[in-house]
Design a protein around this ligand. Structure first.
Ligand code: G3P
Ligand code: CA
Length: 308
C-alpha cells in the first residue's frame, strides 16, 4: 500500500515536470556533434548557439570519482590516450556492455574509470574529429553545468550503471549529488531530464529525486520492451518518458499513443545529416515529430530542427 502511494506520488511529480503535448523539443546529441567533436565545450557551445532546447551529456566516472562527459566507457575512440598513456590499457573489461572495438584480440581498452581527472585532462579530445579542435579536453559534468546552466536544458545519460555498480560506484547518487549542489532540481532556468538504458538506476532516482523527469532508453534490439500498453503502464511507475531508437518507433508507431495515454513522453534517437535516408535530416525529424507524434528528438544537427 505504502509503495503504491509512493509510486503514485512519483508519477504525479514527474507528470508535472514533463507534460505530454507541450512544445516539441530538440536535444543536441553529444552537443552539436555534427559540427564539433562530441562532448567538448565547442560542441556544447554550438548547440546553445543553434538554439537546442537541451544539450546532452553522456556520463562516465574517473578513478577519483568525478563525473565526466564522454560517450564511451573508454578513452581510445575520442582522445589520444594511446599516445599519452601507451601502457595503461586493460584487457579485462568484464561487465562492460557498451565498448567500441579497439582492434585485434586481446582487445586493449583504456577505461575512463582507470584514470584520474588530472590524467584525463592531459588528453586531446578534439584532434580525432578535426585538427582545428586540437587541444579540446574532456569536460567534467561541472564544466558542462557551468556552461549550459541558464542557456538551455541539460539531458545527462548515466552510461552503463551496472559496470560502475560492479566497481562499487553509484552513478545515480553522484548525479543526484551534483544536481542538488548546483540547484538544478526543478530549476525553471535549466530544465533537466535524466536518461539511461538501465532501469535500476532510474528506479533509484524515481525515489531519490522524483522532481526530475527520467527517460528510459530502448535500443533497436530491445523494442519488445515497449510492445504493449501493459508494458508501458509498468514503465510509467518509475519513468516519465521513453526514448526508443527511431527504428522502434517506425516499426511500432502505436507506442506513441500508448505512451501519451499514460502521460509518458516519447523521444526518438538519433537524427543526423550524415546518416539520414530521407532527402534531408530536417525532413526525417519532421516525419517523427509531426506525423508520428514524438515529443522530442536527439539530433547531431540542432540547427536543422524543424520548428513549427
Ligand atoms: O541517449 C540517446 C542516445 O544518445 C542513445 O545513444 O549511444 O548515442 O548514447 P548513444
Ligand atoms: Ca546518449
Amino acid at each position: 500500500m505504502l509503495e503504491s502511494v509512493v509510486l503514485l506520488a512519483i508519477v504525479l511529480l514527474s507528470a508535472a515536470q514533463a507534460p505530454v503535448g507541450s512544445r516539441k523539443q530538440s536535444i543536441a546529441h553529444r552537443g552539436a556533434s555534427a559540427y564539433a567533436p562530441e562532448h567538448t565545450i565547442a560542441a556544447y557551445t554550438r548547440a546553445i548557439e543553434q538554439g537546442a532546447d537541451f544539450v546532452e551529456q553522456d556520463l562516465a566516472v574517473t578513478k577519483d570519482g568525478i563525473l565526466v562527459c564522454i560517450h564511451d566507457l573508454t578513452l581510445e575512440r575520442t582522445t589520444n590516450v594511446r599516445d599519452v598513456f601507451p601502457h595503461r590499457y586493460t584487457t579485462d573489461v568484464a561487465g562492460a556492455s557498451q565498448l567500441t572495438d579497439s582492434g585485434a584480440p586481446p582487445a586493449r581498452h583504456w577505461l575512463v574509470n582507470d584514470f584520474t581527472l588530472a590524467e584525463i585532462k592531459r588528453l586531446d579530445a578534439g584532434s580525432w574529429f578535426d585538427p582545428r579542435f586540437s587541444g579540446a579536453t574532456v569536460p567534467t559534468f561541472q564544466e558542462a553545468v557551468d556552461l549550459v546552466h541558464g542557456k538551455a536544458g541539460m539531458y545527462p545519460e548515466l552510461k552503463d550503471p551496472e559496470f560502475y555498480r560492479r566497481r562499487g560506484i553509484r552513478t545515480d547518487v553522484l548525479l543526484a549529488t551534483a544536481l542538488r549542489k548546483n540547484g538544478l532540481v526543478a530549476n525553471p532556468k535549466t530544465p533537466m531530464i535524466i536518461q539511461s538504458f538501465d532501469d535500476e538506476a532510474l528506479k533509484h532516482l524515481a525515489r531519490d529525486l522524483p522532481q526530475v523527469p527520467r527517460v528510459w532508453l530502448v535500443d533497436a534490439a530491445s523494442g519488445a520492451r515497449l510492445d504493449s500498453a501493459d508494458k508501458l503502464r509498468d514503465i510509467a511507475r518509475w519513468a516519465s518518458g521513453v526514448a526508443p531508437n527511431k527504428a522502434v518507433v517506425q516499426a511500432h508507431p502505436e507506442i506513441v499513443e500508448w505512451a501519451h495515454a499514460l502521460g509518458l513522453t516519447v523521444t526518438a534517437w538519433t537524427f543526423a545529416a550524415s546518416t539520414t535516408t530521407f532527402p534531408t535530416v530536417r525532413d526525417e525529424m519532421a516525419k517523427f515529430l509531426y506525423d508520428l507524434g514524438v515529443d522530442a528528438v536527439f539530433t547531431n544537427n540542432p540547427d536543422q530542427f524543424p520548428r513549427r
